[in-house]
Design a protein around this ligand. Structure first.
Ligand code: NAD
Ligand code: TYD
Length: 356
């Protein structure tokens, strides 16, 4: 038994692979293209671990996927690989269409061929788990009920549109071909290995560097925040027991305006590493809003609780403390990311030509 995990060198994927192998001896094959968001160092603790194979490659490469499927015969494919940053999608949507739409299509076709070749129990057990976002549902008004799984798809950014497209492909491959899929739509994650282009890690690293803390627009946009390890535990539950063809919303029951998030991070930094120049809040700087900025996301996570008994283990208070602590305790990781040195990590660590 093996899992094939795409995007496992990214933020959520690396947490998933590490947590999986901390709790199980079932081997993992990680496939990752190591884009700017992929960091081989995230999985460095697995070096030399026979249960883990890292493959440097692109989910759009059908030959490679076919070869991996027939060589490793995974019992599930867990698909995290994506372009994931809304602001980047506004500046350059092409990569989002390529990886999120064409890449998912390529994986679905390869999985369909592989699954079709399986028989008996192996065939019945196979799963294609598609990891998606709450952003596919669009934006809520201040008093609207949170997103349920039956909420209409109303994506507003090139990122969310590309993820919505991929969700539709996954649904169709189940409906038309019977491919055994499950899809999860999760809210904003935070935690270790989060790339500092996203709000929470950006605020931490900028504050520590004495740089402005950019808050878009009025800072009153609301997101639901979930500690990444809770997202990983939810995925494990859905993979194990989720009903085929179903989608499950995953959230933290934790809606907060951005400005509150920024102030909470500042207060924790004041506690853990006070700055002689004064409270970190002094660095908050309101900047031009993101075009088309979604005002509010909120998740109704009752279905996964009702069917699978899953609830987040962390509150925001406990999760954000762990997260700020992790960034303070992992300054070499942060410096490597900020300097771009992480992109040379493979060569430094494993020598030239040792990408896999
Ligand atoms: P990330 O940007 O940190 O990581 C993405 C990973 O995918 C990187 O390692 C990157 O190298 C890899 N990748 C990109 N293009 C690839 C390609 N063509 N072939 C192979 N690998 C490729 O993203 P993340 O935040 O870890 O998100 C993972 C998944 O979870 C995404 O599908 C995202 O849409 C979804 N998601 C993210 C959040 C969040 O808050 N971050 C919330 C809900 C859902
Ligand atoms: P982000 O972490 O990019 O996630 P997403 O856009 O997928 O929700 O942003 C979270 C929220 O924080 C979003 O409303 C945009 C806002 N934001 C800022 O105010 N300043 C920033 O520098 C960034 C990166 C985001």
């Amino acid at each position: 038994m093996t899992l094939l995990v795409t995007g496992g060198a990214g933020f959520i994927g690396s947490n998933f692979v590490l947590d999986w192998l901390a709790g199980s001896d079932e081997p993992v094959v990680t496939l990752d293209a190591l884009t700017y968001a992929g960091n081989r160092q995230n999985l460095a603790s697995l070096d030399g671990d026979a249960r883990h194979v890292f493959v440097h490659g692109d989910i759009c490469d059908r030959d490679l996927i076919d070869r991996l499927l027939s060589a490793h015969r995974p019992r599930a494919l867990v698909h995290f690989a994506a372009e994931s940053h809304v602001d980047r999608s506004i500046h350059g949507p092409g990569a989002f269409m390529q990886t999120n739409v064409t890449g998912t299509f390529t994986l679905l076709e390869a999985a369909r061929g592989y699954w079709g070749s399986l028989e008996g129990e192996e065939k019945a057990a196979f799963r294609f788990h598609h990891v998606s976002t709450d952003e596919v549902y669009g934006s809520l008004g201040p008093t609207d009920p949170p997103f349920t799984e039956t909420h209409a798809y109303e994506p507003n950014s090139p990122y969310s549109a590309s993820k919505a497209a991929s969700d539709h492909l996954v649904r169709a491959w189940h409906h038309t071909y019977g491919l055994p899929v499950v899809t999860t739509n999760c809210s904003n994650n935070y935690g270790p290995f989060h790339f500092p282009e996203k709000l929470i890690p950006l605020i931490i690293v900028n504050a520590l560097a004495g740089k402005p803390l950019p808050v878009y627009g009025d800072g009153q946009q609301v997101r639901d925040w979930l500690y990444v390890k809770d997202h990983c535990s939810a995925i494990r539950e859905v993979l194990a027991r989720g009903r085929l063809g179903e989608t499950y919303n995953i959230g933290g029951w934790n809606e907060k305006p951005n400005i509150d998030i920024v102030k909470t991070v500042c207060a924790l930094l004041d506690e853990f590493q006070p700055d002689a120049a004064g409270p970190y809040e002094r660095l908050i700087t309101y900047v031009k809003d993101r075009p088309g900025h979604d005002r509010r996301y909120a998740i109704d996570a009752r279905k996964i609780e009702r069917e699978l008994g899953w609830r987040p283990a962390e509150t925001f208070d406990t999760g954000i403390r762990k997260t700020v602590r992790w960034y303070l305790d992992n300054q070499p990781w942060v410096s490597n990311v900020l300097s771009g040195g992480y992109r040379d990590w493979v060569t430094q660590q494993y020598g030239a030509g040792q990408g896999t």
